[in-house]
Design a protein around this ligand. Structure first.
Ligand code: ADP
Ligand code: MG
Length: 364
């Protein structure tokens, strides 16, 4: 077929990758029934591949033709993680990363789609298909994830402790969709395991009120780029001073050595429908958000579920929240798991650094 248009306005030339095993296993059906009709109706040219195994999308992205207008990923966050890591290995990585990525939610964890389209539309494949046609490219920070001599990309989250366990221990429950994370949290609350780490970070901000002010300042200044989803009513600037400690930090390394229930770090407010883990995250502020849950009782953890989907737990005093340019973590327990973008990695020392505005998404 002839390609009539290229580069920008629809119709577009799209590379579509589908993970038929994502979430409840309906990704192909979702694509054929809800997404492809919209793309074809708009005159798009599509080249579609279903992945056949874990790691397949890394290979496909690594050799991707630079002529595509967008990469449409029909899956959960796991396949997007693979695509980002494939692009990083491309012979022309910067050009490869400038092909905008558009997620179509079809996994159990669809954090990226929620961050682009919000709670209303983020789990709707049709809304995501329309975003492919009508959205604009948006630069985002990615994170460099170093473990031993391996360097990889993380685009969303790194977790240890309860927030990691709730993901890995419910992988066999993919058929539940994102309810598996709620079930996993309840299990984690009952288990109530503490996690010891050597943790240090290059902190630029530790005062929650100032973080909220900075977020709103960025949102109102168009020059600073597009925001993720609009702020929830829970995250508004206010005059109450929240504990954060003395003045600004100089960005030097700061240690945090207390035992914790979990550490979660990353970019983008949502990690799932039921949890806005990083409510003050901005797509391209050059910073990684770090949320550390100090050890508190089970009742407290159950109460903290109330409003978690709008980021209310951000304000809890026992939730220590930092913005940093880098951090390093060394788990001290023999057993455990490190989850990066919902994928399992060895429970060993790692470092995260921000790759400012390396990635490109399609955003409304
Ligand atoms: P979910 O949100 O349910 O976790 P993801 O899209 O994140 O769904 O994918 C989960 C995992 O499936 C990823 O680790 C990915 O490597 C793996 N995967 C991709 N394609 C296939 C396939 N064809 N068969 C089995 N696993 C696959
Ligand atoms: Mg996943």
């Amino acid at each position: 077929t002839q390609v009539a248009y290229k580069g920008g306005n629809p119709p577009k030339v799209l590379r579509v990758l589908i993970n038929p095993r994502g979430g409840p296993g309906k990704a192909l059906q979702i694509y054929l029934n809800q997404v492809e009709p919209i793309l074809l109706e708009a005159g798009c040219e599509v080249e579609v591949t279903c992945t056949t195994r874990a790691g397949h999308a890394i290979e496909l992205a690594q050799t991707i033709d630079l002529g595509y207008d967008a990469l449409v990923i029909v899956s959960g966050d796991g396949l997007i993680h693979e695509v980002m890591n494939g692009l990083a290995k491309h012979p022309q990585p910067e050009k490869a990363f400038s092909i905008p990525i558009a997620p179509i939610p079809a996994g159990s964890g669809n954090g990226l789609s929620l961050n682009i389209l919000g709670l209303q539309d983020g789990l709707d494949p049709c809304a995501a298909a329309l975003n492919v046609l009508k959205g604009r490219p948006m630069k985002i920070d990615l994170l460099s994830f170093t473990q031993g001599n391996q360097k990889r990309i993380s685009f969303m989250s790194q977790t240890v402790g309860l927030m990691a366990d709730l993901d890995i221990e419910t992988e066999h429950l993919r058929w539940m969709g994102d309810l598996r994370f709620v079930w996993g949290y309840l299990r984690g609350v009952m288990a109530h395991k503490t996690c010891k780490m050597e943790f240090s970070m290059k902190v630029t901000e530790h005062d929650k009120s100032r973080m909220v002010d900075a977020l709103h300042a960025r949102r109102t200044s168009a020059a600073k780029g597009l925001p993720f989803v609009s702020p929830s009513s829970e995250i508004v600037p206010n005059d109450d001073k929240h504990p954060g400690g003395p003045g600004s930090l100089d960005g030097g390394w700061v240690k945090f050595d207390k035992p914790v229930l979990w550490m979660a770090a990353g970019k983008g407010p949502y990690v799932s429908r039921s949890l806005m883990q990083f409510p003050v995250s901005h797509p391209d502020d050059g910073l990684v958000d770090i949320s550390i849950q100090e050890v508190v009782g089970r009742k407290f953890l159950l109460d903290a579920m109330d409003g978690a989907e709008v980021g209310r737990s951000f304000w809890l005093n026992s939730n220590r929240y930092f913005k940093a340019t880098a951090y390093r973590a060394k788990p001290l327990a023999p057993h455990g798991v490190l989850m990066v973008d919902g994928e399992a990695f060895p429970f060993e020392e790692f470092q995260i650094d921000v790759l400012h505005r390396l990635g490109t998404l399609i955003s409304p």
